[in-house]
Ligand binder design. Structure first.
Ligand SMILES: Nc1ncnc2c1ncn2[C@@H]1O[C@H](COP(=O)(O)OP(=O)(O)OP(=O)(O)O)[C@@H](O)[C@H]1O
Ligand SMILES: [Mg+2]
Length: 280
């Protein structure tokens, strides 16, 4: 169990995330138990982009919440940069961006981005410099003084991503961050995220329902089964030499090939077929 790790039991292992046999059972109604996750083994290397994909209810958010110390496994263990999830949270080792941008409507864009720095007592002038850098990174310099409701959905998501990056985390946890966006904005945001990751070198654990999105962004795609959430297979989706993650890659044969493989895994199993897989 994560709890069993003492905060000074830090072992540097080159892994951003290491999940060993992680299980999570929820007490359901009428004494029924819901096995949200079962025996999940996963290692995310530093700087690696890993996506989780699988039908609704297969435990993707649960796994992300466990990494973020918002929930705890009922079996197995999980470390973040070799530390307990609690210590990683205290050390601000990761930033979080979820489906809803979750911005504070009464704060300007700049004040929303600077919020984590403010909470952690960073001096005003240092904060200002960092916020300017971040807004430039996500292309929103001209909107620093705007309020969230004056921005489009995609722009609000970019503010949320800038906020998640505020403390230069080595790990980003993203749960369907582009789920509410139209296809064109979504592809633009994906390109932006690829650029941000290459500039910051952050590892990412990314949840999505979109197979092309997972394949486009990720080094590896983790395909999960419906309840109990288990890993069926981990598909390598790194572009081969000569390819970058750009618009050309979206037309490449290897891109379609990997998409087909993930789709086959998601739709192929008898369990998936019986339950009707919701993931596209
Ligand atoms: N706090 C909780 N109490 C009881 N059951 C829960 C709780 N959180 C999640 N579950 C159950 O655990 C299972 C996995 O939920 P989770 O939110 O992780 O799925 P998901 O893969 O993120 O689904 P989606 O794609 O719809 O977001 C579901 O059956 C859900 O009902
Ligand atoms: Mg979810």
């Amino acid at each position: 169990m994560t709890h069993a790790l003492t905060d000074d039991a830090v072992t540097k292992d080159g892994c951003a995330i290491r999940a060993s046999g992680v299980g999570r059972v929820f007490a359901g109604t009428k004494g029924h138990q819901v096995i949200a996750l079962d025996d999940v083994h996963l290692e995310v290397a530093e700087g690696e982009f890993v996506s989780l994909i699988g039908p609704s209810g297969c435990g993707k958010s649960t796994l992300l919440r466990i990494v973020a110390d918002l929930d705890h496994p009922t079996s197995g263990s999980l470390t973040v940069f070799g530390k307990s999830t609690h210590q990683a949270r205290v050390d601000q080792d990761y930033g979080i961006a979820f489906q809803q941008a979750g911005l504070l409507p009464w704060r300007t864009v700049a004040a929303n981005v600077g919020l984590p720095l403010e909470v952690h007592g960073v001096a005003r002038s240092d904060r200002q410099t960092r916020v300017e850098e971040l807004l430039e990174l996500v292309g929103l310099t001209d909107f620093a003084r705007s309020y969230p409701d004056q921005l489009s959905g995609g722009m609000q998501q970019r503010v949320a991503i800038a906020r998640a990056l505020a403390e230069s985390p080595r790990l980003l946890l993203m749960d369907e961050p582009f789920g509410a966006l139209d296809e064109i904005t979504r592809e633009r945001m994906q390109a932006e995220l690829v650029r941000i990751c290459s500039e910051t070198g952050a590892a990412v654990l990314f949840v999505t329902h979109s197979i092309p999105e997972a394949v486009f962004l990720s080094d590896r795609v983790v395909v999960m089964t419906p309840r109990p959430g288990r890993i069926i297979e981990i598909v390598d989706s790194r572009p081969t030499a000569g390819h970058a993650r750009d618009d050309e890659f979206r037309d490449a044969e290897e891109f379609f090939h990997t998409i087909a493989r993930v789709r086959e895994l998601l739709h192929g199993g008898p369990v998936a077929a019986a339950r009707g897989v919701e993931t596209r």
